[in-house]
Design a protein around this ligand. Structure first.
Ligand code: PHB
Length: 393
């Protein structure tokens, strides 16, 4: 549109509003609520941005794009997994697009990068993936629907300690969520009498896991506890299998990021028996999840959704419900008040946003990789109900 058309439109709208008359331009602007999605849609974490974006589109396709009389428009942006880009895009979406929400965030450093921006602008940001405990404490405008690593890891440590595992080597990606999972595992497992014999950390960028896996195996522990972000699960597990680590009597355990559902399909039977703790499996037995998985596959050439996709779905649900509660009011403080304490049924099961911490509360399942009907799945066999992040005060 030409600048003079814009000016003319704005002038018409202003006059119309002043006169109390309907004006198409003014109404169209008022009636659209913009959501700024920022995810890694290219680069090493591209699978994360893609899962979230697919699920957001699916949510709108199945639930419509109107809430409280307003059209919900999602603007999709790619930060390529680089924090400076995330911050720049967040500023641009807030200032130029006047988004009511930001959403997405494929990695912890990307979420942390926007904390000062959303605090200053009072713009709610829904974390759909990033899982380091401290993120929600960095701004009162964060709400999380994904998971935290300590929340996912403590049930794993407990299961290990109670199921004959006495010695463990931990190997994690060397950044926020990895350090959180290392710490949570160590604390719970040693509290219950287990021994962590080595704590190894691999770089997040371009990791070669081979030397770390070799050191882990050389320590001859009962189990190796592994964490990498979901999109890196394939490369990690390939190296685990290639080194024969699933054959030698050492158990492979970890949070469910390492056996995420989308890449699990292309792993081989060597990973059968891997035990993980996590909030989502495509095999989760509920009518809502069956529908979610079937519709996601239909819309995406048969690809499975994974826990990151479910975060996208639930983030969109939280946005819709918050807007229903404010009756379409996009004031940031009102939206945050509406998000606090929100409870709903997700494809993962019952979940809520804790009213005090703005962090996700959900069931954590213990699962075993098994082949069922010809495909590999995380089969849930135990559950810890409604787990909160253990590190928030
Ligand atoms: C994170 O960077 O916080 C993160 C990303 C992907 C995961 C887990 C944690 O699967």
């Amino acid at each position: 549109m030409l600048r003079r058309d814009l000016l003319k439109g704005a002038a018409t709208a202003a006059i119309a509003i002043a006169a109390g008359l309907p004006a198409t331009v003014a109404l169209a602007q008022q009636q659209t609520v913009k959501v700024g999605f920022i995810g890694a849609l290219t680069g090493p974490q591209a699978a994360s941005g893609r899962q979230m974006a697919n699920a957001i589109r699916l949510y709108q396709q199945l639930n419509g794009d109107t809430v409280a009389g307003k059209k919900i428009e999602v603007i999709f942006r790619d930060d390529t997994g680089v924090a400076d880009q995330t911050r720049r895009i967040a500023q641009e979406l807030i200032v130029n697009e006047k988004v009511a929400f930001l959403a997405g965030f494929s990695l912890t450093p990307l979420a942390l990068a926007v904390a000062p921006v959303i605090t200053q602008a009072k713009t709610p940001a829904i974390i759909m993936t990033a899982g380091t405990s401290v993120i929600t404490e960095r701004s009162p405008y964060f709400a999380r629907v994904s998971f935290t690593l300590p929340q996912q890891t403590m049930p794993m440590a407990e299961w290990a300690a109670k199921n004959g595992i006495k010695t463990v080597v931990t190997l994690v990606s060397d950044y926020g969520p990895g350090l959180d999972s290392e710490k949570a595992f160590f604390e719970k497992f040693t509290e219950l009498g287990g021994k962590v014999v080595a704590q190894l950390k691999a770089p997040l960028a371009n990791p070669d896991f081979a030397p770390f896996l070799q050191r882990a195996a050389d320590a001859k522990p009962d189990a190796i506890f592994l964490f990498v972000p979901g999109p890196t699960a394939g490369p990690l597990m390939r190296q685990v299998v290639d080194r024969g680590l699933t054959k030698g009597g050492i158990k492979i355990i970890g949070p469910g990021d390492i056996t995420e559902d989308e890449q699990l399909v292309s792993m081989d039977d060597s990973v059968v028996g891997t035990i993980t703790s996590h909030f989502y499996s495509v095999l989760h037995d509920s009518p809502l999840n069956k529908k979610f998985v079937a519709e996601y596959k239909k819309a995406n050439n048969g690809a499975r959704p994974n826990f990151i996709g479910v975060g996208g779905w639930d983030g969109m649900h939280a946005i819709y419900e918050a807007l229903k509660k404010t009756n379409g009011d996009t004031n940031g403080d009102k939206l945050m008040a509406a998000l606090k304490g929100l409870e709903w049924e997700s494809p993962r099961g019952k979940m809520s946003i804790d009213a005090n911490t703005r962090d996700v509360v959900q069931d954590v399942y213990i699962r075993r990789v098994e082949r069922k009907d010809g495909e590999l799945y995380n089969v849930e066999f135990d559950v810890v109900r409604q787990v909160k992040d253990p590190y928030h005060k």
